[in-house]
Every structure is written in structure tokens, then in C-alpha cells.
Design a protein around this ligand. Structure first.
Ligand code: ZN
Length: 713
């Protein structure tokens, strides 16, 4: 996942209480003279944020007001560049705040977050709906061919024009006022959605008492459960939480079917438990408000609105891709289900396979089919070595080096910092790694930039963050990853490289500021290197013996890549299809309360023929991608869209006969990792590869091609 940064913001209404500093000054509003201009994480307290935001909003507002007040004819410099330069103070305060809100939050931060969301929306509305400002942008856009712009400048102008039009800048006063209201309400709802999910995760713990409850669990699952218990004040016990990295290994290994069922039900019920943290009413209202907004701007549904500004362009194009993948994935998943049911019978089990059994029996089936299981692989996947592997790959491809830095302010003692240098030794930026799960952190994995690369305000180098939720090993033990965890690390590091290698002039198109169905290409592509023997044989080293992963284990691990892909694809595509269908709905706002989310979900799953033994990867009530903010709303398909591209992009290295081929790596850097959003993504891809790909490479990579049939047990 890639966290979309808070948009350029302006805000005007502050009351005095919001604006007064605590005694002793405010580190957020002082010069950030610390090393590399990193935010004052070592000194900041929650009470500093309100006044700092108030000042930053006011400063940004003044900068924007100066642009519209300029009596001179609009030029690219006095309008677009000026806009792109504005909001520096706000970006800095936001960067500190949102890292804390995501990765190390508390009640005070959550309260500010709830207050801030609608205020930010209001601030942003004022800018994006400013008539005088839009007139200047529109005039420039109409005369763009006569402005003598570079390719990047033309793209920046176009992006501003699209952004303002899509925000409703060209509308009359009445619809504008309604849009502003909708945006503020949506911002507040998105924050509540996300906080409800976090509360459900924090409030649930499966406490394991004694050896009976631990049946089947390998050492590494026990150790992680022990560490979690300690963190939750239950030292000496074992605790499993509904964080994916805690619950999935338990479901894979626990021989206790009753406990598997118990935690599985809690896991998929997040946000759906009734009571104060239930998200169904929030979703209904958000969906209604989104369609209303889309219609005000001139689109029939939110999905049409959302996709018009994506590579995919239309809901039909998205559905065509998802449908192309769904049937083969479903066939493979059903064949796997039958094979697992046979295993249940063979063991003398007298029950039908249920969703909480899938991972447990899949693990057994993998052992049978591929002669490999998680306990064989995991001792070789030490977090420290996988981080090294990610750095090594970046060095071989792009010449980057990483040097650990101490003494830089961070938000939690577990956070580490590296200075990143290019092949010539020049400073490129800082990379922050925050790898371990904790109760104060939202679940999932994401990348964000506390500062983007640009050249408009000087030679600005990026500050890039990866947040993950790996279960931390006990004291003195190395943290071991599953192969999926290791892939997540490579994935987020791929996003980080997109920001670190960015080589553009304008903040508007820097790094990961690109279309959502393009943004997953650099991240998913990077995962391919992890699966290669050139990387695994070097970095997969047994944590006790120090031996490299034996070649036959490595071969079996790579060969097992397509195992269970039917299920994984069904889980994902079901979530993507429901996201699309939900945002093609047209419930009118007054009916929102009668829009029954539970019934919608059930009906949609029945219609697509969802296998009863599989639950969608993200049920709607905790689908943060599409409701905690609007980043991936009607755009969850983006991962698969990007996967069509990454399957084809990696093939370029295979065709060159060397996964580090210098010529291919240079093209990849120039046209993908360094290019940000400076050109249209289809153009960028074509410059790299000479053409656009078809979905066949993706199907083949997932083992779902027509010619591949699922093997029998
Ligand atoms: Zn991602």
C-alpha cells in the first residue's frame, strides 16, 4: 500500500484556542535545523499540533491569496510555479503529524486527527474551488501550446487543471457549497472509519493458556505470541491479535480448530461488531456522499468519476481485467478446496472445510505438493538479512548505497534511519524503516514521504518512510519473516525507491505523486527480485546455523510460488469487484440509512459465485484502502492493473538474460523510478518497454493460464 500524502492544504478558520502555543514554545514552528531537516520527533508533544497547523494553514492561505491578487496576466511562473511552491510549512507539520497518527498514535493524537480532518477538507475546498485562481489556471491551460513549456511543465499544468476541474472549481456557487460540505463530512467519516478498525484491533486479544492452546504452533509463532503478550501487559502468556501478521501464522499452524474459528471470526468482524465501532452506517453514508459528489461534477457514478483520472479510464476497462482473471482463479481455488477436503477426510476429520481451515490445510497441501512448508523456510528469512537484500538489489540495479545513521529524531525507538547515496557518492535522501507491530500502530504496511524530491524550492532531497507490522521476536532472538512478509518488505521498499530515485523539478509530479493504477508498478516489480536465486542464496541464511538456504529448498520455494494462487487471487479480486460495484451504486443521500451494507456485500458475493470457504481479502467494514480516506476508492483494482505491467516489466530483464542487466536497469530508472508523474504513464511505460502489455503475463505468473490446470494431490 502506498499512502497518498495529504493534499496541498489551506485553511482559514481558526479560533484562538486552536492557535495558542503551550508555554515553552513550539518546536514545530521553529526552524527545523536538525540533521537533514527531519521533523522534531524528539521534542514534539500533541499540544504543539493545533497551533502549528493553524499557523501553517494561515501561511498557505496567504501565499495562495497573493497569487490570485497578482494584477499581472497569468503566467506559468506567477501561477503554477507559485502554487507548487506554496504550502511548505503545512507540508512539514502534516508530515510529522501523519507519521505519528499512522505509526505511533494515542488518544490525544486521535482527537486532533478527528478535529483536523474536516478543517483540512475546508481549507482544501477554499483553494480548489477558488474561482479567480481557477480562471488563471484555465486561461493558461487554454493557451498552453503558446507558452513554450517543457514536457514536465506541460504535464504539471495539465495536472493542476484536472485537479481543479475535478474538485468542482468550474461549477456555480450552489453546487460548490454543497461539494464543500460533502468533502468535509467525508473527511470526518474516513477518520472515524479508520479509528474504529484500530479500536477493534486494540480491544481484541486471543490469550492462549497452556500447551493445549498452543498445539501445532512452531517456535517462531510462540515467540511472537509471547512478545505480543508482553507488549499487552500479559507477560508470561501467549497472545494472538487480529493484526494480519499475528493471525495468519496462527491460522496456518494451530491444530485447535475451535480457536482458529474463534480468531477468524473476530478478524473478519472488525468494524462489523455492532456498537460504537461498527462501520456499516459510516460506509452507507460515504457511498451516498461520493455518488452525490460525482454527479455534481458531471459523472453518473463515483466509479466513473474516479476512473476518468486513471490509466484504466472506465469501469468497463476495470471490469474486463477483473473478469478475465476471476474465472480461472475461481476454478483453481475450487480444485484446491477439493484437494484439501480430501486431506480432511484422509485424516479422519468429519467436517466440511471452513474458511478458518483454509490456511491450515493449505499448509499441509503445500507440503504434499511442493515438499515445502513455512517452518522449513522461515528460519532462513531473518528480517535483518532481508533488509540487506533489498539494499543490495537497489545497489546492483541503481548503484545506491545505504549507511545507517544515528542521532536523527524518530517517533519510536524501533525506527532506524539510513542515509542513501547514489553511485557517485552524492546524498540522495534518508530512508526510515519502522518494521515492528505495536498497539499504537495502524495495521497493514505502507510507504510515505515526509518530504518529496524537487528542484523548485532548491535541491530538495526526499525523506522516505516504510512502515510494517512484523511480529517482533523476543529479546536476543532475530525476527523471522514468512516469505509473504519478505515480499511485503520488498514491495514497500519499491515504493521507497520511487521516491528516493525521483528526479523531477516540480513537487506536483514528484516520486509517488502519480495515478493510483501506476503507483503499484515500482513496488510490485521490486518483489520479483526477492524470488530469484541470485538474491535468496545470498541473503536467506539460517538464523541458528548460518548456512545459506540449500539449493533444493530454494528451488522448491520458488516452484511453490504459484501454490494457492487461486485462493489468493479470489480473495483479492472479490474485494476489487465489490469496491467497483459499490461505487457504481446510486443511492440518493436521503436513502443512505436504508442502504444495507451487509446485504449488499452478501448479494454481490453470491452474484460472482464466491466460494463459501473463502472470505474476501478485505471485508467492507474494515476495508481501509477505500474508506480510510479515499486513496483507493473504486481503485483497489490498481494492484492488479499494475501487476499486468510488472509481470511484463520484469520479463524485460529475463529476456536480457540478466536480472541486473545494466541497460534495462537504466531504462527502468529513467522512465519509471526517476520519472514520477512527469509524463503520462502509458507513455512512460512505452518508453521503457516499446509497447503496452496484455494480462497474459500476469495469468502465467500466478499459474492461472488456460493451459495450466491445478495439479491433483
Ligand atoms: Zn503498494
Amino acid at each position: 500500500m502506498q499512502q497518498l500524502k495529504p493534499q496541498m492544504t489551506v485553511m482559514t478558520e481558526q479560533n484562538q484556542a486552536f492557535a495558542s502555543d503551550p508555554a515553552g514554545g513550539n518546536p514545530l514552528s521553529e526552524d527545523w535545523s536538525g540533521p537533514f531537516g527531519v521533523g522534531p520527533f524528539d521534542r514534539v508533544e500533541p499540544e504543539h499540533f493545533r497551533p502549528a497547523f493553524a499557523r501553517a494553514f494561515a501561511a498557505h492561505e496567504a501565499e495562495v491569496a497573493a497569487i490570485t491578487a497578482d494584477a499581472a496576466e497569468p503566467t506559468f511562473a506567477n501561477t503554477i510555479e507559485a502554487l507548487d511552491k506554496a504550502g511548505d510549512a503545512l507540508m512539514r507539520v502534516s508530515s510529522v503529524f501523519y507519521v505519528l497518527a499512522g505509526a505511533h498514535t494515542n488518544d490525544a493524537i486521535q482527537e486532533i486527527e478527528r478535529e483536523l480532518a474536516p478543517q483540512e477538507a475546508k481549507h482544501w475546498n477554499r483553494i480548489l474551488m477558488d474561482e479567480a485562481l481557477f480562471r488563471r489556471i484555465d486561461a493558461l491551460h487554454r493557451g498552453r501550446d503558446r507558452l513554450g513549456l517543457t514536457t514536465e511543465q506541460a504535464r504539471v499544468l495539465d495536472r493542476y487543471h484536472v485537479m481543479f476541474k475535478r474538485a468542482g472549481a468550474a461549477l456555480d456557487a450552489a453546487p460548490k457549497a454543497r461539494l464543500a460540505e460533502i468533502n468535509e463530512r467525508l473527511a470526518a467519516l474516513g477518520t472515524s472509519f479508520s479509528q474504529n478498525v484500530l479500536a477493534d484491533e486494540q480491544n481484541y486479544a486471543l490469550v492462549l493458556e497452556g500447551e493445549d492452546d498452543l498445539a501445532g504452533l512452531p517456535d517462531f509463532v510462540r515467540a511472537a505470541a509471547q512478545a505480543t503478550a508482553e507488549e499487552r501487559g500479559l507477560a508470561g502468556k501467549h497472545v494472538i491479535t487480529t493484526s494480519r501478521s499475528s493471525v495468519e501464522p496462527f491460522l496456518q499452524f494451530s491444530a485447535r480448530r475451535d480457536l482458529r474459528e474463534k480468531i477468524f471470526r473476530a478478524w473478519i468482524a472488525r468494524g462489523d461488531g455492532g456498537g460504537a465501532t461498527d462501520n456499516k452506517a459510516i460506509i452507507a453514508e460515504m457511498v451516498a456522499l461520493r455518488v452525490e459528489r460525482a454527479r455534481l461534477i458531471g459523472y453518473p457514478t463515483f466509479a466513473h468519476y474516479r476512473l476518468d483520472d486513471a490509466m484504466a479510464k472506465t469501469p468497463e476497462a476495470v471490469r474486463a481485467l477483473l473478469d478475465r482473471v476471476w474465472q480461472p482463479a475461481r476454478r483453481h481455488a475450487l480444485a484446491d478446496r477439493d484437494a484439501m477436503q480430501a486431506l480432511v477426510q484422509a485424516e479422519g476429520g468429519n467436517f466440511m472445510l471452513a474458511p478458518w481451515d483454509w490456511r491450515y490445510y493449505a499448509e499441509k497441501l503445500r507440503k504434499v505438493r511442493c515438499d515445502i512448508d513455512e517452518t522449513t523456510v522461515k528460519p532462513y528469512l531473518q528480517l535483518e538479512r532481508i533488509i540487506e537484500a533489498a539494499f543490495y538489489t537497489a545497489n546492483r540495479l541503481f548503484g545506491l548505497t545505504f549507511e545507517r545513521r544515528e542521532g536523527i529524531p524518530v517517533w519510536h525507538p524501533d525506527v532506524r534511519v539510513w542515509e542513501v547515496r547514489d553511485a557517485a557518492g552524492g546524498h540522495r535522501g534518508l530512508f526510515f524503516g519502522d518494521y515492528f507491530a505495536r498497539a499504537s500502530k495502524h495495521s497493514g504496511a505502507w510507504m510515505t514521504a515526509m518530504r518529496d524530491q524537487e528542484r523548485l524550492r532548491g535541491d530538495i532531497r526526499p525523506l522516505v518512510v516504510n512502515i510494517m507490522n512484523f511480529s517482533k521476536a523476543g529479546a536476543g532472538e532475530p525476527t523471522l519473516l514468512s516469505f509473504e512478509d519478505a515480499k511485503t518488505l520488498f514491495h514497500e521498499f519499491g515504493h521507497a525507491l520511487h521516491a528516493l530515485l525521483s528526479d523531477v523539478t516540480y513537487p506536483m509530479v514528484s516520486g509517488t505523486s502519480v495515478l493510483t493504477d501506476w503507483v503499484e508498478l515500482p513496488s510490485q516489480l521490486y518483489e520479483h527480485w526477492l524470488e530469484r536465486p541470485e538474491i535468496l542464496s545470498r541473503f536467506a541464511v539460517h538464523y541458528r546455523t548460518g548456512e545459506s538456504m540449500p539449493r533444493d529448498v530454494l528451488d522448491r520455494l520458488v516452484a511453490a510460488r504459484t501454490f494457492n494462487q487461486g485462493c489468493a487471487t479470489v480473495e483479492y479480486v472479490a474485494s476489487a469487484l465489490l469496491d467497483l460495484d459499490l461505487h457504481l451504486q446510486q443511492p440518493a443521500a436521503p436513502d443512505a440509512e436504508r442502504f444495507d451494507i451487509g446485504a449488499f456485500e452478501q448479494a454481490a458475493l453470491t452474484r460472482i459465485g464466491m466460494p463459501a470457504e473463502i472470505v474476501m481479502r478485505h471485508r467492507l467494514t474494515h476495508f481501509g484502502h477505500i474508506f480510510a480516506g479515499s486513496g483507493y476508492a473504486a481503485a483497489y483494482y490498481s494492484y492488479m492493473w499494475s501487476e499486468v505491467l510488472d509481470a511484463d516489466a520484469f520479463a524485460a530483464f529475463e529476456e536480457a538474460g540478466d536480472i541486473f542487466d545494466a541497460g534495462t536497469a537504466k531504462k527502468l530508472r529513467d522512465h519509471v523510478y526517476a520519472a514520477g508523474g512527469s509524463r503520462d504513464p502509458a507513455e512512460l511505460y512505452t518508453s521503457f518497454r516499446g509497447r503496452l502489455p496484455t494480462p497474459e503475463g500476469l495469468l502465467k505468473r500466478r499459474g492461472l493460464s488456460e493451459e495450466t490446470t491445478a495439479p491433483s494431490v
